[in-house]
Structure formats: C-alpha cells, structure tokens
Design a protein around this ligand. Structure first.
Ligand code: NAP
Ligand code: ZN
Length: 355
C-alpha cells in the first residue's frame, strides 16, 4: 500500500473551483506509470475555447462541469519515463496529448480508430473520469501526465514545441472535416471565425489546395487572414457582403464559439455543398428545412478526430510546415487570455508555458 502510494506521480496544476472563480495552484497525483504508460513532462498547453466553456459551465445542458477543473487538451512535452511494455516512445521523445486519454478499445468505434466516438464514451483528458468512471481526469494546465502510449502522439518536430500544442485539438478538429469532405484543388472552402480553430482551418485547407475565404466579424483581422493563406475575406456583420457569395462554396467550416445565425451560411453553399459545424455555442440552431432541401445541401457536425487521424494530421502539418500562430503566456495570465479569447482578440491561440 505504502509502496504504491509513493509511486503515484505528484503533479502541480492550476484549477478553477467554480464558474466565476479564478485559477489557483492545485496539487494532485497522477497514477503510477503502468506497463503500457508513459509519463510526459508537460512543456506547453494550448487554451481552447472549450476550456472556457467548461470552466464557466457554459455546457451545463449536456456536459455539466465538475469542479475542481484543471482544463487543457492541447498538450505537448517530453517523455520522462516509460513502462516496461512501451514500444512507441523512449525517454526524451516529444509527445502530445489531445482531447481524450483512454477508451474501451473494443467497440466498433475504437476498433476503427474512432476512439473519440467510443460506445462506452472515451475518457476525456480533463473534466471527465478515467474508464473506471470514478477517477477524475485533470488536464494539461499542469506539469505532468501519465497516459497509455496508444493515446499519446509522436511529434516529429525537433525544437520548440509551443506552436505544435494547438494542433492536438484545433488542428485535428479542422483537419478531420476538411479530409472527410475531400477538400482539394478546385474547391472553394469557407472558414467561419478566425480564432484558434479557424486559423488552423485556413492553413490546412490552403495546404490541401483549396481556395479559402474567411468569414469574420473582425475587419481588423483581414491582413492576418491573408497572411495565413486566405484568398478572400468577408466581414459578416453586414449581411449585404454575403449576397455576392450566394451558391458558391463546396464546404463551409463553422468554428464560431458564440450563438449566431447559420442560415446566411447555408445560403452561400453551392448545390451539394456542406456546412460542417465544429464550433459549439450554447443555443440550438434555428434553420428552415428548405435551406437544405433547395440545393441538396448537407449540414454536418464533427468532433475532434481519432488517434490514427490525429497522427495523420500531425504528420501532414510537419510535412507542410504548419504550426499554430501563438502567444505564449504564464499560468498567471490565464484569466486575461480567457477574457481576450471571449472578445475574439486571440491571435490566434494562447499557449501556457508549463515548464
Ligand atoms: P476562439 O479562438 O475563441 O475563436 C472563435 C472565433 O469565433 C472568434 O475568434 C471570432 O472570430 C468568432 N466569433 C466569436 N463570437 C462570434 C459571434 N458572436 N458571431 C460570429 N462569430 C463570432 O475559439 P476556438 O478555440 O477556435 O473554438 C471555437 C469553438 O469550437 C468553441 O465553441 C469550441 O468549444 C469549439 N470546439 C469544438 C471542437 C469539436 O471537436 N467540434 C473542438 C474544439 C473546439 P472572428 O473575430 O473572425 O469573427
Ligand atoms: Zn479543444
């Protein structure tokens, strides 16, 4: 008993204890490193808008927040210990963790590499439980993580990992629907919302060869959008700006975090066009069926991506020299970063230095 306790991994993190509370230092233990586990010394963790929704309990209707909450699912670091059966990693390797850290491993979703759609529900990296449904999971706003090697990703980058962290959620969340709907040369793709997800969507869709248009509420982001690879930029706050775009897009990827009307976006789709939503605002969308029926349009949703596709995305980004555009902050600046993100003043991902 005493021996097992001493092998648990002492971890320092930052937790919030309620929807209005500030982040505070929080000490806890990770499990002992098992035969299939690796221990990652976390270097950087991105701030996803999902962290903010969760910290403020904005998803109470379908995923009420349990406090204390240590958010963070865009995790990169170095392997500092490996279990006896580990084959994918050795000590010193760069490694990444995304939005989930375990799943049943046996259901058709897990067998097909879609662990995020595990029939028994994957263990989310934070704010959920391990597969025992008892042990709470704490995320990457912390200095260590113990994880089964299957659920960790190898990272090819040799040097600084800070810009790689956001790929683990923002990267895969945009890559997966772009791949699923076969984005490539000759296609017109719209990216709605130029935040953490949106800016990755621009880079990835461009690298896939599509013509990319950013739909934004922030006129001041136009130069950045073009520098990120966008061919066109449209300010959505004036509905008239969308009139010339009616019927033109093969795929529109909606990354917006706040309530908004998706009907104007459906109007911009070509015949057979797809509106894929990944942003997860509070309220249900209100659409008329005719908006889909007239033009054979598809409204689709997408949740992150499975382990194989996440690795594929990391390799794709390495091949195309894609990392996130980031502002590195200290743990003491989390509230400030949250406030700026909520105000759409994110350029284009905050990443916490956890070293
Ligand atoms: P973010 O960095 O805050 O970016 C969201 C962007 O949406 C903003 O920068 C802004 O871009 C735009 N926006 C904000 N308020 C708006 C409004 N009222 N109307 C229209 N546009 C608005 O957030 P993120 O980290 O990219 O996450 C975006 C959403 O995706 C969140 O809801 C998050 O929870 C969700 N998410 C989903 C998945 C998934 O698997 N499906 C994974 C990760 C995150 P402009 O300034 O350009 O307008
Ligand atoms: Zn996320």
């Amino acid at each position: 008993m005493i021996a097992a306790e001493t092998k648990a991994v002492a971890t320092r993190g930052f937790a919030t204890h309620g929807p209005e509370a500030k982040f505070e230092a929080f000490e806890f233990t990770r499990r002992e490193v098992g035969a299939n586990d690796i221990l990652i010394d976390i270097e950087y963790c991105g701030i996803c808008h999902s962290d903010i929704h969760m910290a403020k309990n904005e998803w109470a209707a379908f995923m009420p927040t349990v406090y204390p909450l240590v958010p963070g699912h865009e995790i990169v670091g170095r392997v500092s210990q490996v279990g006896d059966s580990v084959t994918k990693f050795k000590v010193g390797d760069a490694a990444g963790i995304g939005c989930f850290v375990d799943s049943c491993g046996e259901c058709p979703s897990c067998a097909g590499g879609n662990e995020h759609y595990c029939f028994k529900q994957a263990a989310y990296t934070y704010g959920g439980t391990e597969m025992d449904r008892v042990t709470p999971t704490y995320g990457g706003y912390s200095n260590k993580y113990v994880i089964d090697e299957h659920y960790a990703h190898t990272i090819a980058a040799a040097g600084d990992l800070s810009g790689v962290a956001p790929l683990l959620c923002a990267g895969i969340t945009t890559y997966s629907p772009l791949r699923r709907f076969n984005v490539g040369p000759g296609q017109k793709v719209g990216i709605v919302g130029l935040g953490g997800l949106g800016h990755m969507g621009v880079k990835i869709a461009r690298a896939m060869g599509a013509e990319v248009t950013v739909f934004s509420t922030s006129p001041a982001k136009e130069a950045d959008a073009r520098a990120l690879g966008a061919d066109n930029f449209v300010v959505t706050t004036d509905p008239e700006n969308l009139t010339p775009l009616a019927g033109t897009f093969n795929l529109i990827l909606d990354t917006v975090s706040a309530d908004h009307d998706i009907n104007p976006l459906l109007g911009c789709l070509s015949i057979n066009g797809v509106l894929a939503v990944v942003g997860l605002p509070h309220s249900p969308a209100n659409i008329h069926h005719a908006a889909l029926i007239m033009g054979n349009k598809t409204l689709a949703g997408s949740l992150i991506g499975g382990i194989p596709e996440t690795q594929e995305m990391l390799d794709f980004c390495a091949e195309h020299n894609i990392t996130a555009d980031i502002e590195v902050i200290t743990p003491g600046q989390i509230e400030e970063a949250y406030d700026r993100t909520v105000k759409s003043d994110v350029r284009y991902r905050f990443v916490i230095d956890m070293r």
